[in-house]
Design a protein around this ligand. Sequence first.
Ligand SMILES: [Ca+2]
Ligand SMILES: [Ca+2]
Ligand SMILES: [Ca+2]
Ligand SMILES: [Ca+2]
Length: 498
Amino acid sequence: MKKLSLVLNCTVLLAFTACTETDVAIDETAIESNQETVSETKGENVQENLEMVDFTITIENVVTPKPIFQSGVFAVPVGGSDPAPLFPGDAYEFEIDAGPHALPGDGGTRLSFVTMFVQSNDLFFAPDEEGIALYNEDGSPICENGPLDVTDQVLLWDSGTEVNEPTGSPNQKPQQAPDTEDQGEDENGVVTEITSNSCSFGNILPETSEVIKVTIEYVGPARFKVRIKNVSDATTIAVPAKGEDVRAPVPVSPGVYAVHTMPAPFFVEGVAASGAGLIASSEGVENIAEDGFPEALAMDTKAASGLIVPLSPGAWAIHEKDIQPIYSIGSPDFGEGLEAVAEDGIPTMLAASLAEKAGVRFSGAFDTPVGADGPGAIGPGGSYQFTCSGTDGDYLSLATMFVQSNDWFYSFAPNGIALFEDGAPRAGDVTDYIYLYDAGTEADEYPGAGLSQVIRQRDGDSGEADPDMNVRLINPSVQSNVPATVNVIKVTISGTSK
Ligand SMILES: [Ca+2]
Ligand SMILES: [Ca+2]
Ligand SMILES: [Ca+2]
Ligand SMILES: [Ca+2]
């Protein structure tokens, strides 16, 4: 077993395991020394009159880390076609993608959501700041054996944004006109948990479990269905503002959900709703809690959602113009080590193959992040750097893993890129020439959640066979959470004449 390390912000070292099968033999000494391991086996034929130039290649992880893994809105009741509140018997359903964790050591994935307790000025239902853990400590989903009732993890909160009035008052939904926003006296308070079933003005509130029932079902792999049902009835709540002994149901509003690993996505207890929590939405929970309108919070939550993609150690080659040293599009993987890079972030075999390959002049591996003591992946802000030499007519190829995948890698086009342009050493940003490919060696799962992806798999080289065995470009629309290449990786070259 070989430990790879994931370096985040160049300082935090998080280890994740990547086991190796016998066909991906790891030579520990090679790993440790291969920053300097440069093969020159094919260098004999260099023309003496061509100037040799040193190049420094820098591979940076330029991901902007987002605090939320996945988010969305629930607004259309099951069986309906338009957004609407839940009335007694109605339910919202939505599905989420989540592995046990998104990054090593991140505390595990949890679900949070915010929805209005409609018979109020500004009360809402939500789990506590930690959210509802989706996996047990042993990595098994919380609801392996059918839908699990998690209503006991759902609490009632006062958003502190509108002064509470007797239940049934005209400043409360459903008495307010449907489109009205922000009708009622500003409270200028903080988010507070409602811990007894009465609040100011003597409102007698039902138990949470008398209003909603929340269940989570594992429809996996790494996928869950959440169901929020209105279980209130015509007599659930007293509405004294509408008359003595008058009772009513409690509708439940559309809301926003988030899959996250750090606590407090939407609000912080004891803190004003605006600007609080991971999302720091200026609207906060106010618009949902007062009026049942999820749009503003949903937009800010979406902006705070995104996949954090580490990049792995990889291999490089300086080679002749017309060879494709690492892969060919539309052909299966050569079986020379690309698979181990693309699936598990291990470059040893590919680097060894490149060192022996006809047409390759120099080659090596990059595995130790700048500023790190040992090999590891790079998270946002991290970088690899290596130097190589070449002459006019030489090409550069490289491969590094898109770590939140089963078998995706970044590379130049199959023939690499020319080291010289119009006779001058290439210099500058060459990210425009980098593409994201599927190696065709393992079936794809949802990026950042898949249980056979290197961060989450239990053993190296594990996963289903890819239904398409050919190396191919990733269609960016395949999964909505795959960032554009320029938002993940930046590759720069600087050449210096000797
Ligand atoms: Ca209030
Ligand atoms: Ca109001
Ligand atoms: Ca694949
Ligand atoms: Ca795998």
